[in-house]
Design a protein around this ligand. Structure first.
Ligand code: FES
Ligand code: FES
Length: 150
């Protein structure tokens, strides 16, 4: 079956299986920034934005993306650069598996919540796991990014 969607601002048509998930469709079509960390809706590495809201692409059927807008880090180079700068400034650099999903979640957080509390920030990013470090420096980096005036 075919699915028509807008990927990073461009109209695309992908041939997909009825039971295919968006993670697979994207990676099969060279969008390899989207990572398969657990393939079980548990880690957040596969996060993409669907109409601006973070979703787990490993558990979202590609067919359900018909007519919707899908955004990955490739579609937000400037903003993702600012997020990366904030993470660098707080020594919170992360690995290539978790960082793109977290960056998209942090971007969506900034769009959605104005002046979020610390608890709201933590709740928003709770689904983006890191298996190898703590979360303190990442939390500081997120706050730095949210505090940037533009
Ligand atoms: S790969 Fe989708 S949540 Fe882990
Ligand atoms: S830095 Fe990526 S999982 Fe920990």
């Amino acid at each position: 079956m075919k699915v028509n969607l807008i990927l990073n601002g461009l109209r695309k048509t992908f041939e997909v299986l009825p039971n295919e998930y968006l993670l697979e469709t994207l990676r099969n079509n060279h969008v390899t920034s989207v990572k398969n960390g657990c393939n079980a809706s548990a880690c957040g590495s596969c996060t993409v934005l669907l109409d601006g809201k973070p979703i787990l692409s490993c558990s979202f059927l590609s067919a359900r993306a018909e007519g919707r807008e899908v955004t990955t880090v490739e579609g937000l180079p400037e903003e993702i650069g600012l997020i990366a700068d904030s993470f660098g400034a707080e020594c919170a650099d992360q690995c290539g598996f978790c960082n793109t999903g977290l960056a998209l979640t942090v971007y969506a957080l900034k769009k959605e919540l104005k002046n979020p509390t610390d608890e709201e920030i933590k709740q928003y990013v709770v689904g983006n796991l890191c298996r190898c470090s703590g979360y303190q420096s990442q939390f500081k980096a997120i706050k730095r990014y949210l505090g940037e005036k533009r």
